[in-house]
Design a protein around this ligand. Structure first.
Ligand SMILES: [Zn+2]
Length: 390
């Protein structure tokens, strides 16, 4: 339920520092035949050496579908990332433009994978050789990245070639086509898209009504005059249903006013991300605790976040760290955030909170000092003291 992508979805250069290729003696030698097995997901199928470890799959809205393959000794590894391009485009020049916009001196060559023209990028750093294939199919970017010890390249080369050759796209759905293929339920500020087999097909009016009420409540609460395009809400039946089109639900792409949600997700959370984004023209504090806290506080579920949090914190002896990336360490982080945000609003006023939230001049720590005249940790401690009375 993270909310926006402020950076380009695929930033090729940020992933690896590429230095021009400086190795020699790449003659292949005959190897005994390697046995392969198959990995397949909604977007692609690939063969990898059967002696390798089982692939590890991770999904998130930022990085899409990530699969890590490696040899048991970790000296030779493969990562495949499949992610949507934002904003959606099936322009075939997307990668080219991204590479051209890139000022680093990288060794890039055109390369064809499964009949699809992409690029091969090579680099050596700290004795590790990285070979990177990047290409586009429909509205998704695929990155196949091999890392092996530079002095072991001769042994890796054949496997790399065979793995890359085995790569095949599966017939996945482009997101751009969902808008055309799915049903649309339009209201003044929301456009809701849902498929024929949707769990909410029969009850779409009712389902929409609850979201309209959430929209109205949240925009009024945050005092946002909605003068933008309607928010597009894509409704999926399950997390798995989202994965079939390469999405890890639910999330909002606030800058484009888009929400990707399971039909069972809370009515307000993602809509709150979209609306709060416009409190001050896209200016928004860089704090996951505050951002997710506000969206959860406004999720319209009627949850008593204070008593829920008080119960959990009692078990943890009120010793948790919530600021910065520590926020993501807690499975109950969203509930904690909602309770904390509610505390700030009730204790210090909604007006102060809104000023604090809708700015990006300060990082999280500086913002607490600037708008609350206190260290973030002091406010967190104050809030926990308050919850002890619950
Ligand atoms: Zn969220």
């Amino acid at each position: 339920m993270r909310c926006t992508r402020s950076k380009k979805y695929i930033c090729i250069v940020s992933l690896i520092v590429l230095i021009s290729l400086l190795f020699a003696g790449c003659e292949t030698k005959d190897e005994e035949k390697i046995q392969f097995k198959t990995y397949s997901n909604a977007q692609y199928t690939i063969q990898y050496p059967s002696s390798w470890l089982e692939p590890e799959v991770t999904q998130d809205p930022y990085n899409g579908n990530n699969v890590d393959f490696s040899k048991a000794d970790d000296q030779f590894a493969l990562n495949i990332m499949a992610g949507r391009i934002y904003p959606y485009t099936d322009s075939k020049d997307y990668i080219k433009e991204t590479l051209e916009g890139n000022e680093e001196d990288v060794d890039v060559e055109e390369y064809i994978i499964d009949g699809n023209k992409g690029y091969e990028i090579k680099g050596v750093e700290n004795d590790e050789l990285t070979i990177f294939y990047v290409f586009q199919e429909k509205d998704m970017i695929f990155q196949i990245r091999f890392v092996c010890q530079a002095n072991d390249y001769n042994n890796c080369k054949d496997s790399i070639e065979q793995i890359v050759k085995s790569f095949e796209f599966n017939d996945f759905e482009a997101l751009t086509s969902l808008k055309d293929k799915w049903n649309k339920y339009s209201t003044e500020n929301l456009e809701i898209y849902y498929p024929d087999n949707s769990d909410v097909y029969e009850s779409i009016e009712e389902w929409a009504q609850v979201r309209i009420e959430a929209f109205d409540y949240i925009s009024k609460y945050l005092d946002v005059e909605w003068e933008y395009e309607p928010i597009k809400v894509f409704v999926f039946n399950s997390k798995e249903h989202g994965r079939q089109v390469g999405l890890e639900l639910g999330f909002a792409v606030s800058v484009f006013g888009e929400v990707y949600t399971e039909d069972t997700q809370s009515p307000g959370h993602e809509i709150a991300h979209c609306i709060s984004y416009w409190m001050n023209n896209g200016e928004r504090i860089d704090s996951d605790l505050v951002n997710e806290g506000l969206a959860t506080y406004l999720n319209m579920m009627g949850t008593d976040n204070h008593s829920l949090t008080a119960n959990i914190l009692e078990e943890k002896n009120y010793s948790i760290e919530l600021l910065g990336n520590d926020f993501w360490e807690h499975e109950d982080g969203y509930t904690f955030g909602a309770s904390f945000v509610q505390y700030l609003i009730d204790e210090y006023s909604l007006e102060v909170f809104k000023d604090f939230f809708a700015q990006n001049k300060y990082n999280e720590e500086d913002s607490f000092r600037k708008f609350y005249d206190k260290e973030g940790i002091m406010l967190v401690n104050e809030w926990m003291e308050y919850l002890k009375t619950y």
